[in-house]
Design a protein. Structure first.
Ligand SMILES: Nc1ncnc2c1ncn2[C@@H]1O[C@H](COP(=O)(O)OP(=O)(O)OP(=O)(O)O)[C@@H](O)[C@H]1O
Ligand code: NI
Length: 380
């Protein structure tokens, strides 16, 4: 993996300004996507996966804002700030203008697929008509050429009888078939990268499996890279080459997929894996203990410590950066957990936290001036 990455994200920070305070939805994440790779972004609801994905295409709207970090794609600057002369921050000159992002990048270079195809398809126009129009607008083709291309794409994504289905409306398609249409639309301009935000979550398991097989196959044939957003470790195992695990706005573990599963290095990832349904185990699932705190007022130290079975006193104080914990054939294995020797902050000597203690330590540490959304009820 010595070549330049296709997409490079460094220390990305995206925040929402709300009445109750600043929501640090994405709080300094860094990752790359190389050509031909399927990279996973996984984590529970509220981790910041969608905000991160939208940030990559500069689709964040007020009250949200990217406040820091750098996004580069094929060497071009999608986002970057620099210090200006009077102590503020300004957009770097190299950063692409909004209309360039709209005209050259979105759809053509980086396409996006969302969970709900009905939001992306217009119910009053035929599926084929929408696909044809999209192709006509984005590629230099005449109406009839675009129609032929649209039918070819429908066939390509496994829609049976595409000439016939071309003239049907979105409601005449099943959920899985609609998702295939969106994949056809995403592929239509032959982008180098597709960002897929939970595209199979609403589908039943069999159809989900078919869509995943389709993506795997298309990925092979077109060489398209994917950023695959999901909360499902089963899907990650199925499809991803490398994985980023997100917790409360941060990436806590980053590894090639096999290493993530067989040499799990962050207790949060371990908990996600424990809660995953597996065919070789009885129906009893192990839910992750506790609920994810709000991104508005994250716990001190390691953000996962109040739920972590391995938490020690030091974890309430030290906020771990993500560090390389092992080198593998397929790249570095990185984790943000001080129990690893590279951190050297006295984890071994530190006193383990009892479940009750975690809350006490946390409330003692948090500043009384900070707005709290839950009224501190959890600490009673
Ligand atoms: N428009 C908004 N205003 C305020 N906060 C927001 C807004 N959009 C997202 N957030 C907050 O940002 C955080 C991250 O949300 P995000 O949607 O990225 O999570 P996610 O990981 O995609 O979760 P899910 O699996 O539920 O889709 C959450 O705390 C959420 O409440
Ligand atoms: Ni989401």
């Amino acid at each position: 993996m010595s070549t330049e990455p296709l997409l490079c994200v460094e220390n990305l920070q995206t925040q929402f300004h709300t009445k109750s305070g600043i929501v640090r939805a994405v709080d300094g994440i860094s990752f790359t996507v190389h050509e031909g790779e399927i990279v996973g972004l996984v984590g529970e609801s509220g981790a910041g996966k969608s905000v991160a994905s939208m940030s990559l295409l500069r689709l964040i709207e007020s009250p949200g804002e990217i406040v820091g970090g750098e996004i580069t794609y094929k060497g071009e600057t999608i986002f970057s700030l620099e210090d200006d002369t009077d102590g503020g921050r300004r957009e770097r000159e190299a950063m692409l203008a909004n209309d360039e992002i709209r005209r050259r990048i979105r759809g053509n270079e980086i396409a996006m697929i969302f969970q709900d195809p009905m939001k992306s398809l217009n119910p009053v126009f035929t599926v084929g008509g929408q696909l044809r129009e999209f192709i006509e607008l984005n590629r230099d083709l005449s109406g009839s050429e675009a129609e032929t291309e649209a039918i070819r794409m429908l066939r390509e994504v496994g829609i049976p009888d595409p000439e016939q289905r071309y003239g049907e409306y979105p409601h005449q398609f099943s959920g899985g078939m609609r998702q295939r249409v969106l994949i056809a639309m995403a592929l239509a301009c032959e982008p180098s990268l597709i960002i897929a935000d939970e595209p199979t979550t609403a589908l039943d398991v069999t159809v989900e499996g078919q869509i995943i097989d389709l993506v795997d196959d298309l990925q092979d044939r077109y060489g398209t890279s994917f950023l695959w957003v999901t909360h499902d470790m089963g899907v990650v195992a199925e499809i991803c080459d490398r994985v980023n695990v997100m917790y409360l706005g941060e990436i806590v573990e980053q590894a090639p997929v096999d290493d993530l599963f067989y040499d799990t290095s962050h207790p949060y990832t371990a908990a996600l894996l424990e809660s995953m349904p597996r065919p070789d185990r009885a129906t009893e699932l192990e839910p992750i203990e506790g609920v994810m705190p709000e991104a508005i007022d994250p716990p001190s130290g390691c953000r996962f410590h109040p739920r972590c079975p391995d938490a020690r006193e030091v974890c309430t104080r030290v906020h771990p950066e993500t560090k390389t914990v092992a080198e593998t054939e397929d790249g570095p294995h990185r984790a943000a957990c001080v129990k690893h020797d590279v951190f050297d902050v006295g984890y071994d000597e530190s006193v383990p936290l009892e479940s009750g203690e975690k809350a006490t330590v946390e409330s003692a540490e948090s500043s009384p001036n900070q707005p709290s959304t839950d009224g501190g009820g959890a600490h009673e």
